[in-house]
Design a protein around this ligand. Sequence first.
Ligand code: DQA
Length: 145
Amino acid sequence: MARILIVNGPNLDRLGIRQPEIYGHKTLQDLEREVSDTARDLGLQVAFFQSNDEAAIVDFIRNEAPNSSGMIINAAALSHYSQSLPEVLKSVGIPTIEVHISNVFAREEFRHTSVIAPLCVGQIVGLGLDGYRLALRWFADHLRG
Ligand code: DQA
């Protein structure tokens, strides 16, 4: 069974509490439950990771990517300025989809840049938590084909 990593960056552990007018009322646990249900229906295995620590995210990706077929990442604020994240994505080379819950292009200018976008298969932006499950469906279609 193909294994997909679901990586969430800084402050996404505060989903449901943090700016609900932007990120909604569901928690990270709600998200992980919904994604797990979809993964089961699609016949995929998922491994979740959230951290506020860039180094911990880099370590997780380095350790887990070799045993995985793809990755869905919401690197949160790190998306806009990290140097180590694009480098680790380049080094592991598994197909990756970037997700943002909010429409970053309708927000402040600094959110319009993603340093990981050039290393990703594609982006899903602004579709709320549905973005993660849509990304999983893409993997279900493309990993079997
Ligand atoms: C976010 C958008 C980022 O700009 C922000 O720093 C986040 C969440 C999103 O999912 O919409 O933490 O990645």
